[in-house]
Design a protein around this ligand. Structure first.
Ligand code: SDX
Length: 442
């Protein structure tokens, strides 16, 4: 018995019809088709025409904006930055070139790349007054708390270039924040271990400069390792942008009010910190340490499946990917490269991670719910092998994602009829009631 389909007339061809079964009234809602991905139902007139809101906590079925920057096909495990597959950028490009691509929309010519790198490196030093902000933190403060504070403090500097309606000034903001975020991140690390800050050098490429600021000391020359630098650079590329994830949506929402762009980036850092989002890489390492040995894997898999147990397999699952996260595949390969370079092939946590992944991917619960390793599952093992403490993992994610945040902020700010974001709600609280004087309250 086939259901009685609504006759498809020209009127309906590019729309869906919503019928209110209580009143029998119907409304045609236009369908919007992008260059790829599912169609969207344009509900902008819904409330005006029906008096109804939509209800979608967590925005699982809601498109919040129009963007040309990153495309994800979660079912196929596809991630494109401005149309280029993440696997090809990770293999053949580098983080600076990918940053240019995300911001300007095209891969740079050799001259454009050189000019972009020059501009970034010459903005990499921070104002000397900014250093004072670190002194207020305890040495054991979480580096992400320091990042939120110090990056937010950047909004108290550079007043000369914050006319965000001016594309040229937005470009300076983008170059400045991309340049200064690694310097501040390295300072947050140095501060946490009680070592002196290392200033950036104008003769070093972006990622090599960052690693040197983290691991060099004034007492001796620092020798970088090309394999480690390439791995770190690739990790930055993999984390640079990811469509409208929680922290990017936070930056867009903060920016939609016209707020200071550095303060908007600080709001993205705050959101990324959560273990359900960018904090997962730190949580993966803590989870692997808690599991401790392959023999304990079955118990933790059982706990991950138990609805009454809050334990989740960190680094597994994703709101969009219902297939292997393409970044996780590149991360796994990079993990082996770094461990081989450092002679850590038998690193216990790596062995444990590989076995945990194998067991989970064969388990019916994970198969049925399409839970695969995500970008965070292997990144922590690489970063730990390079020498970063787990508390720095999300900071490194923030260094990379700052490029995506500022590219998305720039795209939003550049929109013609950009509006302030202001969602509505389902109110379930008390309806109107009169005030009761304190001597009459029970
Ligand atoms: C990032 O959005 C992005 O793009 C983010 C990101 C980016 O680049 O910006 O990709 C970076 O944040 C990656 C995700 C890192 N987080 C983790 O690894 C934490 C562990 N993962 C989960 O917390 C979870 O998978 C989320 C938060 C990532 C996604 O959660 P959703 O989309 O809200 O899915 P859900 O919680 O509704 O889960 C669906 C089902 C649930 O079971 P049921 O209620 O349907 O019975 O799957 C279960 C969940 O219980 N589930 C898990 C699980 N993840 C989901 N069960 C065990 N272990 C897990 N990891």
């Amino acid at each position: 018995m086939t259901s009685q389909a609504i006759p498809m007339t020209k009127k309906n061809a590019d729309s869906v019809t919503l019928i209110d079964n209580r009143t029998g009234k119907s409304i045609d809602l236009p369908l919007i088709k992008g260059s790829a991905g599912p169609n969207l139902i344009d509900i902008r007139q819904l409330y005006n025409e029906t008096g109804y809101f939509t209800f979608d906590p967590g925005f699982t079925s809601t498109g919040s904006c129009n963007s040309k920057i990153t495309y994800i096909d979660g079912d196929e495990g596809v991630l494109l930055y401005r149309g280029y597959p993440i696997e090809e950028l990770a293999e053949y490009s580098d983080f600076m070139e990918t940053s240019y691509l995300l911001i300007y929309g095209e891969l740079p010519t050799a001259a454009q790349k050189k000019e972009f790198e020059y501009s970034v490196v010459y903005h990499s030093m921070v104002h000397e007054q900014l250093i004072n902000f670190f002194r207020g933190f305890r040495r054991d403060a979480h580096p992400m708390a320091v990042m939120v504070g110090v990056v937010g403090a950047l909004s108290a500097f550079y007043h000369e270039h914050t006319d965000i309606q001016n594309p040229g000034e937005r470009e300076i903001v983008a170059h400045r924040i991309i340049a200064k975020i690694p310097t501040i991140a390295a300072m947050a690390y140095k501060y946490s271990i009680g070592q002196p800050f290392i200033y950036p050098r104008n003769d070093l490429p972006y990622t090599e400069n960052f690693i040197r600021m983290c691991f060099a000391v004034p007492c001796e020359d620092y020798r970088s390792n090309a394999v480690i630098t390439r791995a770190m650079d690739r990790i930055f590329t993999l984390h640079a942008d990811h469509e409208q994830n929680a922290s990017t949506s936070t930056v867009r929402l903060a920016g939609s009010s016209g707020a200071n762009p550095y303060a908007c980036i600080a709001s993205g850092i705050a959101c990324l910190w959560g273990p359900a989002h960018g904090g997962a890489n730190e949580a993966v390492i803590n989870m692997l340490k808690e599991i401790g040995h392959e023999k304990n894997i079955p118990e933790f898999i059982r706990r991950a499946k138990d609805k009454n147990d809050p334990f989740r397999l960190m680094g597994f699952g994703h709101r969009v990917y219902k297939n292997y996260d393409p970044r996780a595949k590149v991360m796994r390969k990079t993990c082996h490269e770094v461990l081989n370079e450092l002679g850590l092939q038998n690193e216990p946590l790596m062995r444990l991670a590989i076995e945990l992944e194998r067991v989970a991917l064969e388990d019916p619960y994970f198969i049925e719910k399409k839970l695969y390793p995500n970008v965070d599952f292997y990144s922590g093992i690489i970063l730990r092998a390079i020498g970063f403490p787990a508390s720095m993992f999300t900071v490194l994610f923030a260094v990379a994602r700052t490029v995506g945040w500022i590219a998305q902020w720039n795209e939003m700010t550049n929109e013609e009829n950009q509006k302030i974001g202001r969602p509505r709600q389902l109110y379930t609280g008390e309806t109107r009631r009169s005030f009761v004087p304190v001597n009459k309250r029970k």
